[in-house]
Design a protein around this ligand. Structure first.
Ligand code: IVH
Length: 667
C-alpha cells in the first residue's frame, strides 16, 4: 500500500473511533489502542511531511503560539436569551408563543443550559476553518488554534451518512466536566499553581491562551446546540438539525428532548433542577426553543434575544447557618485568608462547612462577626461564599472581627501593602512559604542550583534538614545521601551545585530572594543602579527607589517593606557569611543599544533566547515579546511567523541571527 493510501486509511479509522467515542458514546477500542493508531499516523506523516493535511488528527496542537487574538465577525449575530425566573414565567412564555403563532400545544426543544462559554465553529466544504468566541455577539475573538485542540471538535465533517453542506456555522458551549475540573485543580495544586474558582473560569482561561499547547492540556468539552448559517441544506426543525449534526460527527448533548406546551416546559425544568447535582457538568438552568424553524421565523427576534426561546433560571443554591469561628489560612505566598467555620449545612446535594471571607475589607463591608447567622450561597464555585448577615438574628455581645496582625503559623508580623486588600505574613522563612521560597531561590534564573527540584526541597523541609533559605549552605553530604531516591552520585552533585551557586551576581541573588514584584528584570535594574552594592541597596529609601527609571511606587514600597524586616537582613547576612559572593559588575559605560527595542522570533540556532536577551540588555537595550511601531529590530530565525510578517508591514529592520551577532561584536 502506498503511504498516501495508508495515511488516508488510518485517518479514516481514527475519525471513526472519534465518532464512536464522542458521538455514539460506544467506543470499540481502548485509549491505549487509540494512541497507538495516532502514533502510527504521526510516524508515517513524519516520513512523508508533504502528505500532512490541515484536518489530520495529528494537527490538533499547533507548534507555535499565536502573537495575539484576531477577530472574527459572526455572519449572523450570536444573540443571548431572555430569562424566566420561575415556573410562572415559563407558563407566561408559552402563552405568548400560543398567541403569536395562533395555535396550542407548541413543540419545544428542551436543553440543559450549560455553564461554559458560547463559541462558533465554521466548516467550509466540510473542513473546520475557524472558530470564535461570542464576544459582543457581533464580533468574537479568533480562537481557532485552541478549539482545534478539543478532540470532540471534528476537523472535518463525516459524510458517511449525509453529505456535508458547503458552509456550516454552528454554535455550541465549551465547558469542563466536574470530574475533569477536580483533577485539573489537583494538578494545579500539586504544581503549586493557583486553583481555578470554578469550571467556567477554568474553561474561559483555557480558551484565552495564546499557546495551544497549554489549552491542549486542559480537559475541555463541547456540545453543539444552535445553527448560525448553513448553505446547501434546509432543515424544517431543530430536531432534524441536531440529528444531522450528530451524523456529521458534531457532539450534541444527549439530555436534549422534545416537550410540548407549558406542562412540558415546567416538567422538564423541575425535573432537571432536581437532577442538577447528578449531572457530570455544571448547568445554570434550562433552555427552551421552538422546534419548528418556520414558527421561529414568524416570531422573529428582539434586539438582543430571539422571541422564540427562553432560559429558565434555577433557584439560587442558598441556605442559612451560623458562623462558629473564623480561621486564618496562610497560602504558599504568605497571603492570609479568613475562612468562616460554619455549622454544617446542606445546600443542593453538598454539606458545606467552610465559606471564604476573602479579606478584611469584605468582612468590614458585610460586617461579618463570629456567632452571626449568615446566608450562604454555592454559585458553581469551589468554596461557598457569605451573601449577607441576617442582622435580626445577631446575638448580644458580638464584636467586629479583625484579622490578627500576626501570621497564625509562625507568629511573625503580617503586613498589608498600600492599596492592597490582602494581608501577608512577612517572614520568608514561614513554614507555609519556605518550600516555595527555596525552590525559587534555587531556580534557573536565580541561584541556578541544579538537582534541587521540588521533591528534594519537600523532603529537606519535611525531614527538618532546612527551615530557612540560608540553611541550604549548611547542608551536609551525610544527611543528603540518606534521603529517599538520592544516591551517592546525586548527593555529591547536589553538594557541588550548592557550592557553585555561591558564586553569583547581585541581580540573580536579589531575584532569588523572591521580594514581591521584583522579577529578574527589575533585579537587573537594581544591580545597575546600586553598582552591585547590597548595603547601599538595603539602605535606599522610598524616594531614592522611586527615582530609579522603571521602578514605580509599588515596587519601591515592597522593597522598603522587605528590608524593614530585620529577619530578612539577617538571612541575607547569613548567606554572605556562609560564602555567597556576588561578582563585581562590569559597568558598561558605552551603551550602544541604549533605548533600542529588539524582538526575537522564530528559532535561533546559535543563541538561546535567554542569551540573546541578556546580550541586548547588557548593551543597554530591551528585548520585547511583541512587535509594535516602537520596535527597532526584529531578529528572525527560521520558521518565524506572524511577528515577522508584522515587522515587514511596519517596515522595521529585520536581522538574521548572524547579523545580530555581528552587530553585538562590532559595537
Ligand atoms: S442557544 C438564540 N442553547 O447561554 C439562542 N445557549 O444567554 C442562543 N447556553 O450565550 C443560544 N446552553 O453561551 C443555547 N443549550 C443552550 C445553551 C446556551 C448554554 C449559553 C450560550 C449563550 C447563553 C444565552
Amino acid at each position: 500500500m502506498s503511504p498516501k493510501i495508508q495515511i488516508k486509511k488510518l485517518r479514516g479509522i481514527i475519525q471513526d473511533h472519534n465518532y464512536r467515542y464522542y458521538i455514539l458514546d460506544d467506543p470499540t477500542i481502548s485509549d491505549g489502542e487509540y494512541d497507538i493508531l495516532l502514533n502510527e499516523l504521526e510516524k508515517l506523516e513524519n516520513i512523508n511531511p508533504d502528505l500532512i493535511t490541515l484536518d489530520s488528527p495529528t494537527q490538533r496542537v499547533g507548534s507555535t503560539p499565536i502573537a495575539e487574538f484576531g477577530t472574527i465577525d459572526h455572519r449572523i449575530p450570536m444573540l443571548s436569551l431572555a430569562n424566566a425566573m420561575n415556573e410562572d414565567e415559563l407558563v407566561a412564555f408559552d402563552k405568548r408563543m400560543q398567541k403569536g403563532l395562533n395555535h396550542e400545544f407548541i413543540e419545544y426543544m428542551a436543553e440543559p443550559k450549560l455553564d461554559g462559554l458560547g463559541v462558533e465553529l465554521v466548516y467550509e466544504d466540510g473542513l473546520f476553518v475557524y472558530g470564535s468566541t461570542r464576544g459582543d455577539g457581533f464580533t468574537g475573538e479568533d480562537i481557532t488554534h485552541n478549539l482545534k485542540t478539543i478532540r470532540e471538535v471534528p476537523l472535518s465533517l463525516r459524510t458517511q451518512e449525509i453529505a456535508h453542506p458547503s458552509l456550516l456555522e454552528v454554535r455550541g458551549e465549551v465547558f469542563i466536566r466536574k470530574d475533569d475540573f477536580n483533577s485539573l485543580n489537583q494538578t494545579q495544586e500539586k504544581n503549586g499553581i493557583p486553583v481555578f474558582a470554578n469550571p467556567r473560569n477554568a474553561a474561559a482561561g483555557s480558551l484565552r491562551q495564546l499557546d495551544p499547547k497549554i489549552t491542549a492540556q486542559r480537559p475541555l468539552s463541547i456540545y453543539c446546540y444552535e445553527l448560525g448559517t448553513i448553505d446547501g441544506d434546509a432543515f424544517q426543525d431543530h430536531a432534524s438539525f441536531l440529528i444531522a449534526l450528530k451524523k456529521w460527527g458534531l457532539p450534541v448533548n444527549p439530555f436534549i428532548q422534545l416537550v410540548t406546551g407549558s406542562v412540558g416546559l415546567t416538567r422538564f425544568h423541575v425535573d432537571l433542577e432536581t437532577k442538577r447535582n447528578e449531572l457530570p457538568y455544571e448547568i445554570d438552568g434550562t433552555v427552551f426553543k421552538i422546534n419548528n424553524y418556520n414558527e421561529r421565523g414568524n416570531l422573529g427576534t428582539r434586539s438582543r434575544s430571539p422571541r422564540w426561546a427562553i432560559a429558565g433560571k434555577f433557584k439560587a443554591q442558598q441556605a442559612t447557618t451560623i458562623i462558629n469561628g473564623i480561621d486564618i489560612q496562610v497560602g504558599r505566598t504568605g497571603a492570609l485568608t479568613p475562612v468562616a467555620k460554619l455549622n454544617p449545612v446542606y445546600i443542593a446535594g453538598v454539606t458545606v462547612t467552610n465559606a471564604t471571607l476573602h479579606n478584611q475589607d469584605e468582612i468590614d463591608r458585610k460586617d461579618i462577626r463570629i456567632r452571626d447567622t449568615v446566608l450562604i450561597e454555592r454559585a458553581g464555585d469551589v468554596i461557598p461564599k457569605v451573601v449577607k448577615v441576617i442582622i435580626g438574628k445577631r446575638p448580644n455581645n458580638t464584636s467586629p472581627f479583625k484579622i490578627p496582625n500576626t501570621c497564625p503559623v509562625c507568629n511573625h508580623p503580617a503586613f498589608r501593602p498600600d492599596g492592597e486588600v490582602i494581608l501577608r505574613c512577612g517572614n520568608i522563612s514561614c513554614p507555609r512559604q519556605i518550600k516555595g521560597r527555596i525552590q525559587h531561590f534555587a531556580s534557573k534564573l536565580a541561584l541556578n542550583i541544579d538537582g534541587l527540584g521540588k521533591m528534594i526541597v519537600e523532603q529537606l523541609v519535611d525531614e527538618g534538614l532546612i527551615n530557612a533559605i540560608d540553611g541550604l549552605f549548611n547542608l551536609k553530604y551525610e544527611s543528603l545521601v540518606e534521603l529517599d531516591r538520592m544516591g551517592e552520585k546525586s548527593a555529591t552533585n547536589l553538594m557541588g551545585a550548592i557550592s557553585q551557586s555561591k558564586e553569583s551576581t547581585f541581580a540573580r541573588f536579589i531575584y532569588a530572594l523572591g521580594i514581591r514584584n521584583v522579577g529578574e528584570h527589575i533585579a537587573k535594574v537594581l544591580e545597575k543602579e546600586f553598582s552591585g552594592n547590597l548595603v547601599e541597596f538595603q539602605k535606599a529609601n522610598l524616594e531614592a527607589l522611586e527615582n530609579i527609571d522603571e521602578i514605580g511606587p509599588i515596587v519601591a514600597e515592597t522593597i522598603v517593606q522587605f528590608w524593614s524586616d530585620d529577619s530578612n537582613k539577617i538571612m541575607v547576612q547569613n548567606c554572605l557569611d556562609k560564602g555567597v559572593e556576588l561578582a563585581e559588575i562590569k559597568i558598561n559605560r558605552k551603551q550602544p543599544f541604549e533605548d533600542k527595542i529588539f524582538v526575537f522570533t522564530g528559532s535561533l540556532e546559535k543563541l538561546t533566547r535567554r542569551d540573546a536577551k541578556d546580550m541586548v540588555e547588557d548593551l543597554g537595550g530591551k528585548a520585547s515579546g511583541s512587535v509594535s511601531k516602537n520596535t527597532d529590530f526584529v531578529v528572525a530565525g527560521p520558521v518565524a511567523g506572524s511577528k515577522l510578517k508584522k515587522a515587514e508591514e511596519l517596515g522595521i529592520d529585520i536581522l538574521t541571527e548572524e547579523d545580530f551577532l555581528k552587530m553585538v561584536r562590532l559595537e
